[in-house]
Design a protein around this ligand. Sequence first.
Ligand SMILES: [Zn+2]
Length: 90
Amino acid sequence: MTRRQQIIEILENQKATAQYLANIFETTLKEILEDFKHIEKSIKPKKLKIIPAYCKSCNFVFKERSRVSKPTKCPKCRSEWIETQRFYIG
Ligand SMILES: [Zn+2]
């Protein structure tokens, strides 16, 4: 099974951050995001969905920006307790 197939299997069963996948496959975030692009094409009609990053302190939801950038501070309450955006296939 290729890495992309394994990623598909993981994301069909759980929600995961790109960093988590990078750790599992011992690769870089960049590689994982590259995989995502291909995965999006190969899983149709299913979709790679994103749960946006949010502030665990006040529940402020960050707009989907780049897939890599992780907000460091909440603009509303200034907390740094941020949950990174997560991905899943649905
Ligand atoms: Zn906040």
